[in-house]
Design a protein around this ligand. Structure first.
Ligand SMILES: C[S@@+](CC[C@H](N)C(=O)[O-])C[C@H]1O[C@@H](n2cnc3c(N)ncnc32)[C@H](O)[C@@H]1O
Length: 88
């Protein structure tokens, strides 16, 4: 998406290692991309409706495999629904 012109992209993951590695991998070619360590169940740093689109790249799979799967998934979806009009 970035390479097609969508420059304002935030990427989040709960793992600092993932964020550090991905930021390093993309930093040179995609300098405007942002990377933040964040729990998808609590994204209070972001404002309501601030995103046009949120894409979940398998975070839901991780939540569904853990403890309190349905509660955690519901929390994520509620938070992300508040942040955007379109959720994929
Ligand atoms: C299947 S991996 C997908 C990785 C990456 N999104 C991608 O597309 O390659 C699932 C990711 O979900 C992250 N994750 C698990 N629970 C999370 C949470 N509560 N908040 C944010 N990320 C979480 C894990 O750290 C892991 O990197």
């Amino acid at each position: 998406m970035y390479d097609k012109g969508y420059k304002h992209i935030y990427n989040v993951d709960i793992s600092p290692v993932v964020i550090e590695q991905m930021a390093k991998r993309n930093g040179y070619n995609r300098p405007e991309m942002k990377w933040e360590v964040m729990d998808v169940r609590d994204m209070a740093n972001f404002k309501s409706d601030m995103f046009d689109l949120i894409i979940d790249k398998s975070t839901i799979d991780a939540l569904l495999c853990g403890d309190s799967a349905f509660l955690n998934t519901a929390m994520m979806m509620k938070v992300q629904h508040n942040l955007t009009l379109t959720y994929l």
